[in-house]
Design a protein around this ligand. Structure first.
Ligand code: UTP
Length: 289
């Protein structure tokens, strides 16, 4: 019997250099798509998937994110007094209970694998989810909820995957596929950021994971990989013999908000979907062409 996943880790300690100067003081995950920070979309996705315990791995000096998830009694009282119910709802709904929010520190940006390792003591010995908020998903049901459904069957390590063009494989962890039914693939090996001619497939890991605690055994060794960083993919590859590894294609769309074009695209796509904005945005887009 596979136990339900109850905790989610959000690594938010990267430098976000591709978004400087915006990210000089602002964590990349606090950038808003329309009017909501990327991190809040990810938290809402985790809650939709049944998770209430949220663990943020933050960088020193970037306390804005902690403030965002803290109660704001003065602002709430102000909105209440003015009868601004929609605005009040926007800072209440979708937020996890304060006592379920925890923070771990990553003192130096040594890589995604290291960021996840920093949350080890808050996770304990159970399976957990990892969400990279800069991969923004537009999916119904949400991407993590879709994964939870598949996880009931696969157990082990399960990640979200996407077919990427050959010339982009070197930006991702890539699956060496043993079996594939077109939706779910089982990997026999994983390669982080392969050169296009060396990639075993075009099936790339995107920013959603359900992981077994065995991954910490390898992360504890703090071995560096591609780019001199401690890579999560390398740790998952090291546990492949002991823990099965599957990739699920998500029914929906991913926006890579870690790069500028993906971020702009996400803003337009999410704005177009909004009842209060969609029509006007469509007109505006026509007028600026
Ligand atoms: P990225 O490599 O996309 O983020 O990491 P980055 O390094 O912040 O961005 P650029 O390339 O300099 O623009 C993917 C995710 O992992 C987190 C990031 O915050 C992001 O959510 N991360 C990465 C950490 O938390 N710690 C790290 O050491 C590295």
């Amino acid at each position: 019997m596979i136990k339900p996943v109850t905790k989610a880790v959000f690594p938010v300690a990267g430098l976000g250099t591709r978004f400087l100067p915006a990210t000089k003081v602002l964590p990349k995950e606090m950038l808003p798509v329309v009017d909501k920070p990327l991190i809040q979309y990810a938290v809402e996705e985790a809650r939709e998937a049944g998770i209430e315990d949220m663990i943020f791995v933050t960088a020193p000096g970037k306390s804005l994110l902690e403030d965002h998830f803290a109660p704001a009694p003065k602002l709430e009282a102000f909105l209440q007094a003015r009868g601004k119910t929609t605005e009040l709802k926007s800072i209440r709904d979708g937020f996890p209970a304060t006592q379920r929010v925890k923070f771990a520190r990553q003192e130096q940006p040594l890589g995604l694998g290291h960021a996840v390792w920093c949350a080890k003591d808050l996770i304990g010995g159970e399976a957990f989810a990892v969400l990279l908020a800069d991969d923004l998903m537009m999916a119904t049901p949400g991407a993590l909820k879709q994964m939870m459904g598949a996880y009931k069957r696969t157990g082990g390590n399960l990640v979200a995957v996407e077919e990427v063009p050959q010339d982009r494989v070197s930006r991702y962890g890539i699956l060496d596929v043993a079996e594939d039914d077109g939706k779910l693939a089982r990997a026999r090996a994983l390669v982080e950021k392969p050169a296009p001619e060396k990639a075993p497939s075009r099936l790339a890991i995107i920013g959603r994971y359900i992981l077994q605690p065995e991954v910490f055994d390898h992360l504890a060794k703090k071995q560096t990989g591609a780019g001199g960083e401690i890579q999560l993919t390398d740790a998952l590859a090291a546990t492949l013999a002991a823990v099965p590894f599957h990739g699920l294609r998500i029914d929906g769309r991913r926006f890579d908000c870690g790069n500028k074009l993906g971020f702009v695209e996400a803003n337009v796509a999410f704005a177009l979907k909004r009842g209060d904005l969609g029509g006007d945005v469509k007109k505006m887009l026509k007028s600026i062409q």
